[in-house]
Every structure is written in structure tokens, then in C-alpha cells.
Design a protein around this ligand. Structure first.
Ligand SMILES: [Cu+2]
Length: 688
């Protein structure tokens, strides 16, 4: 299975080289040898919960903004949300919900993930369309062609977790010969509210089912693959957001074609997804006492896209397109009259074209140059809502929005220049420069009424969009080296990124928006702060990160990750919001092949560099201790056991948000959500 993950890997194979080759079969830290990406092969990871995004905490520079058990939003070097380009089996998925309750990675659940690849630092222009913050590629399990004979193979997994009485059951069957491959797979998982030292985090229950079917056909150099997936997420909590998930029903289609010739390779794909999503503030959490405040939000999202890439092993040329369309409507089951058209046919389309060149200069220099043009067009239809029919400020917001020119087209140029110098067999030096851009999201642009529909920012602030937003443009410089000798490897990077027109919520000066929030406060007895408005500001993000590994002998090894990032506003004296604090991971591993164990500690510093603009609260430092072990009972059966947070440390993840749920005796509203308490997990894998 690891072999498959490597074959499927779609990165810079030509410029990477293996380190730690003698320990390719490591159990736990499966971050692979490729120096410009970090890859997890998921066959063996023992300690992962339902959310694949948790793996990001093992990648230098990466982390996870978590708003609930299934809603992890990838963070990389201080950027997150739509600034990260995420691909699931090659498809781009814009979340169906306006608050990202279904972030892109939620479409590659841990239960079916085969590999997760994170590009290190400046991502190539070929890796995605808008890659200002980085690129993540998730690949799910699809089985293998055989060498000839028809074979039936499969796998089953059962797992359980104590911290929330969770279970997972997954299975898949592949019928394949050397030409045809048919795969059917599915899983079911559910968990109760998670516990921490002082009580329970309400609501953090979840339930999800998924079914996938795929057919592949291979003839000589041609491979064709069709896939369909159905995701059914049921009642699932998101305590950091104003509502919880009632359902996420998604249909995912994709078709891919690959030509693998001697001289060149061609990859083509088309994909489509249809996402239906409902959320409420009265089902999983204590309902608002005032029935007029009950809210339900029904959202629909559609994605359609394609890409065509030719790779001559030196040159890469490609065109790609992605189009998303969103609807979001709010109602109240206690009041049939109440409605808000939150987003009406909010559309965003990106058409891109790129060229990329990898060029060796002499034996020890390698150059990568890339140029991309993206055409980003956006539009949205007119809106209405009961507030606008009853309250003059809301009527003004509606009328201004409806009368304005809501369409826009951005012409965005990205370029990348990277150079690698193999100074010795042990040492490779690296330097990179880039210009990357991102046009606003539909939420940043088209949120007309002050609401918290902000792609999961979860800062407890209401926002309005801004039809005049410009695209963000980041210039970045990155330096580092990869050193590997005598079983010790070390890959540090420093980076500095200057972002013009960084899109950030600033205190609104829009009088109708301010008056609307004031009137709502008076009507409802709430105390919501002055709304924020998405605006273009200037910002800088800089930092360093590294990972290292030391192979003590054939059985024992140590490895670790260190990440530091700073995000600052340049126009005023403030920090950027929801930035991961300085953190480190240190692990000691034993592997005999038959069995193995890892003891690891995760150290997080306090975060005092918080955003005043987002009224962000600080967090304290903490240390977590985890233990995990596996045992290959036979060739087909593997057992995994882990204990996370052994000391039952009481802590708050800085990226975990605030409690929005009333009536929890253990956590006050508005205080930071605690991390989970001690968690025993067990897993059985059976392959045949
Ligand atoms: Cu939602």
C-alpha cells in the first residue's frame, strides 16, 4: 500500500531524493523522504481520529483550525481557509457551508485516506490554482491493478476511542486484473461528546457515513478512472460556531485520464460535486430561550472543474478551471414568515493557465521556474430578508447591495523561482522567490447582512462583505537546507512573506451595518460587538520551521518538528488572527517490524501575539504526552493502540476557538474551548 501511495504521488519526483531509505518502513512517522513535500501514508498511523486534518500537526509549519470534530480547517505558515489550495483525489472542493462546516479535507476522511501530501514552502504553480498559502493533496484508497490474474482483495478496519465513546467501521473490496479495477468501499463512524478533565465539551458528538465506488481501466500507457462518492454527515457538533451540523449530504463525481509515455505524460480530469447542508442553533445545543432567535440555515454548494496538464519531464503546461456556486438561506421554524437570503447564486470561477520548467544546471544545480495566469470572475444575485422588510438599516444594506455592480473580474499573475544546490552528498541548499495571489472568497465579497458566515473564522464577530475588495498579492522569499548524514537528517526553512491587500476584518464604518447590529442587540438583549467589514490591508507573515530525524540503530529512532510563525498587520500595530503559537513535536520510536512503539511529546508555547481587531484571546503554553504501539499479529492482521494526553492535561489549543454553547456547566460561553482529555484508542486492521 505504501508503494501505491508513492506511485500516486504527484509532486516533484525529479528533484527529490531519498533519505532514511533504510527506514522506509517506519510505523508512525510516515512523513516521507521527499524534501519538498511531506507525505503521510495512512496504512499504519495509529492515533488519528475522524478528521484527517489532525495529521497536519506533524508537518513543519502546518496546523489545524478546529471548530468541531469533523471541521478542521488546514493552516499552513499562518494562512488558512481559502488561502490553502486543497485537492481530494485531484478535485477541488469549495465547502458547501458558508462557515466551512465541511472543509475540503472533510471530503477525505481519515477512515478512507491513503496519503496526505503537504507541499513544503512555496508551492509550484502547477500544484493548484490559488496557492498563496500552500497546497495539500489528499488521496483516498482505490486499490491496485494486478499483474494479470483476476484477484479479489479487501480490507476492513474497526476502531474505538474512549474520550468520546467513538467507533469506526470501514471496509473496502477491490476486484481487479491488469486491465480492470472495480472498487467498492464505505465506512460508518460516530462519537459522543468529548470529555476533558473538568467535564464535557458540548456538543462534539458526530456521525458520518460514506460510500464510494470506482472503476479503473488500464490499457498500455493509458489509464482511465471513474469515481463516485456519497458523503452523509449527520448530527455533528461545532461548538466554536453559532450553529451545529444537522446534515451534510454530498455527491462527488470525478473522472481522470492519464497517459504515461516514455517522453511525456498527460493528465486530464473533470469533476463535479453537489453539496446539501443544513445547520441549526436549537437541536444539538441548548436552544435560545427566545423562540424568535431560533435559526436554521440551509446551504447548497456546487463545484465543477477540470484540468489538463502535459508533462515532458522538464516542461509542464496546463490549463485548469474551477467554478463554484453557493446558496444559503436562513429561516426560523418558530416563525414561518422569517427568512434571510444569505447568499443567492454567489458564483466564483477561476480559469488558469500555466507553464513550469525544471532545469538542471551542471550536475549540482536545479532550477524551477513557473508562471501562471488566473482569471477570476465572480457574481451574485439580488438578496432579500425579513430584517430588510422591517428595519430601515437592513433595508439600506439590501438596497445598496442589490443596486451595486456585484460582478468582478480579476487578472492574477503568479510566478515562482526556486533554486537548489547540492553542495555535498549530505547537504542541499535551497532558495525560493514567489509572487502569489488570491481573489476574495464569496463570503468576503457578498455577505450583505452582518452575520458570522465567515468560512469558519469563529471569532464571535459579525461581518459584512465588501464588493470593492481587490485580490491579495503576496511576495515571498524562502531559504533553507536539507542535511542528511550518518542517520541524521535536518531540514530547516526560514521565510518572509509580504502581503499586499491582505483581506482582513476591520471595524465597520458602514452606518447601516452598525445600526443594524445595535438594533438587533436592543431587540434580542444581546451584546454583539460592532460589526467588522472585510477590507484590504497590508500584512507580513514570517517564521521558520524544521523537521529532523535521527536513526539511532535499526530499531530505535528519534524525530521531531519545530514550527514558528508570526503574522503582523503593516497598516496598524496589530497581529493577525488565529496564528499557531511556537510548537514542537519530539518522538522516540522503536520498530522491530513485528511490533513497534512511539512515545511523543507535543509542546505548545503560549500565544500572546493576538489580534486586537478580532478581539482574540491569548492562550497558555502546554505539553502533551502520547504513547502509541502497533503489533503485526499476522500478515493480514494488525493491531494498533494509543493513549493521547496521558497526563490528562487541561489545555486550550489556540486554534480551537471559543465556546458558543449555552448551558454547559463546564465551559462558560465565550471562553476558550478546552482540548480533549486522556484518550485510549484501539484499532484492528484486516487485509486480504
Ligand atoms: Cu454550516
Amino acid at each position: 500500500m505504501r508503494g501505491t501511495a508513492t506511485v500516486f504521488f504527484i509532486g516533484l519526483l525529479t528533484i527529490t531524493q531519498s533519505v532514511n531509505a533504510g527506514h522506509g518502513d517506519m510505523e508512525e512517522l510516515l512523513v516521507s523522504a521527499k524534501k519538498d513535500t511531506r507525505e503521510f501514508a495512512l496504512g499504519d498511523t495509529v492515533d488519528i481520529g475522524a478528521d484527517s486534518g489532525q495529521l497536519l500537526r506533524k508537518v513543519p509549519g502546518a496546523n489545524l483550525n478546529s471548530n468541531g470534530p469533523l471541521t478542521g480547517i488546514a493552516q499552513y505558515r499562518g494562512m488558512y481557509g481559502s488561502r490553502i489550495s486543497t485537492h481530494v483525489d485531484g478535485s477541488v472542493l469549495s465547502s458547501g457551508g458558508p462557515n466551512w462546516m465541511d472543509p475540503p479535507l472533510s471530503y477525505a476522511p481519515a477512515a478512507m485516506l491513503e496519503s496526505l501530501v503537504v507541499y513544503r514552502g512555496i508551492a509550484p504553480v502547477s500544484a493548484g490554482q490559488e496557492t498563496i498559502g500552500g497546497v495539500i493533496n489528499a488521496t483516498t484508497w482505490s486499490g491496485d491493478f494486478t499483474d494479470g490474474e483476476l484477484e479479489i482483495s479487501g480490507r476492513m478496519r474497526g476502531g474505538a476511542q474512549s474520550v468520546r465513546d467513538a467507533y469506526l467501521f470501514s471496509g473496502g473490496v477491490v476486484v481487479a486484473n491488469d486491465k480492470h479495477r472495480l472498487k467498492v468501499s464505505g465506512f460508518s463512524e460516530a462519537g459522543d461528546d468529548a470529555k476533558f478533565d473538568d467535564g464535557k465539551i458540548l456538543p462534539t458528538e458526530y456521525e458520518r457515513q460514506r460510500f464510494d465506488i470506482g472503476y479503473g481501466f488500464r490499457h498500455k500507457e493509458h489509464t482511465l478512472q471513474f469515481d463516485y462518492g456519497r458523503n452523509d454527515t449527520g448530527d455533528s457538533g461545532t461548538p466554536a460556531l453559532p450553529m451545529d451540523i444537522q446534515y451534510i449530504d454530498s455527491d462527488l463525481f470525478r473522472a481522470r485520464y492519464n497517459f504515461h509515455g516514455d517522453q511525456y505524460e498527460v493528465n486530464a480530469k473533470v469533476y463535479y460535486s453537489d453539496i446539501g447542508h443544513g445547520m441549526t442553533n436549537f437541536e444539538l445545543r441548548q436552544a435560545p430561550p427566545n423562540g424568535a432567535m431560533w435559526r436554521r440555515n440551509i446551504a447548497e454548494g456546487e463545484n465543477i472543474g477540470f484540468s489538463l496538464v502535459a508533462d515532458t519531464r522538464g516542461w509542464k503546461f496546463g490549463v485548469d478551471g474551477h467554478r463554484e456556486e453557493h446558496e444559503s438561506n436562513i429561516d426560523n421554524p418558530n416563525n414561518a414568515m422569517f427568512f434571510v437570503e444569505n447568499f443567492n447564486k454567489a458564483e466564483r470561477q477561476v480559469i488558469g493557465i500555466f507553464a513550469e520548467r525544471q532545469q538542471s544546471l551542471a550536475d549540482d544545480w536545479l532550477l524551477e521556474l513557473g508562471l501562471r495566469y488566473n482569471n477570476v470572475s465572480m457574481d451574485a444575485d439580488v438578496v432579500n430578508g425579513t430584517p430588510a422588510m422591517m428595519m430601515p438599516p437592513a433595508a439600506m444594506l439590501r438596497d445598496n447591495f442589490n443596486a451595486a455592480d456585484r460582478s468582478s473580474t480579476d487578472h492574477n499573475i503568479d510566478w515562482v523561482a526556486k533554486v537548489y544546490y547540492q553542495a555535498s552528498s549530505a547537504m542541499r541548499l535551497y532558495g525560493g522567490l514567489s509572487r502569489k495571489s488570491r481573489s476574495p472568497s464569496y463570503q468576503e465579497k457578498y455577505l450583505w447582512l452582518p452575520l458570522e458566515a465567515t468560512a469558519g473564522l469563529a471569532d464571535m464577530r459579525t461581518y459584512t462583505g465588501n464588493l470593492d475588495l481587490e485580490e491579495e498579492v503576496a511576495h515571498e522569499v524562502e531559504l533553507g537546507f536539507d542535511w542528511s548524514q550518518n542517520g541524521l537528517s535536518f531540514s530547516p526553512r526560514i521565510y518572509y512573506r509580504d502581503i499586499n491587500d491582505y483581506i482582513q476584518g476591520t471595524v465597520s464604518t458602514n452606518m447601516p451595518a452598525i445600526m443594524f447590529v445595535n438594533m438587533m442587540n436592543i431587540m434580542n438583549g444581546t451584546s454583539n460587538a460592532v460589526p467588522l467589514e472585510f477590507n484590504n490591508v497590508d500584512a507580513t507573515i514570517y517564521g521558520f520551521d524544521a523537521d529532523w530525524r535521527y536513526n539511532i540503530n535499526d530499531q530505535w529512532s528519534m524525530d521531531g518538528v519545530l514550527s514558528y510563525v508570526r503574522g503582523e498587520r503593516d497598516d496598524i500595530n496589530d497581529n493577525l488572527y488565529r496564528i499557531s503559537p511556537l510548537n514542537a513535536l519530539i518522538a522516540l520510536n522503536y520498530n522491530s517490524g513485528k511490533w513497534g512503539a512511539t512515545v511523543e511529546t507535543r509542546l505548545y508555547d503560549s500565544q500572546n501575539k493576538v489580534s486586537a481587531s478580532n478581539t482574540e484571546k491569548t492562550t497558555d503554553s502546554y505539553a502533551l504526552l502520547n504513547l502509541k504501539a502497533y503489533w503485526n499479529v499476522s500478515n493480514s492482521i494488525k493491531l494498533g493502540l494509543s493513549v493521547e494526553n496521558i497526563t490528562d492535561e487541561d489545555y486550550s489549543d489556540h486554534l480551537g476557538g471559543y465556546n458558543r454553547v449555552r448551558g454547559n456547566p463546564d465551559i462558560a460561553v465565550g471562553s476558550r474551548l478546552p482540548g480533549y482529555g486522556r484518550n485510549f484508542s484501539a484499532r484492528v486492521d484486516y487485509h486480504w
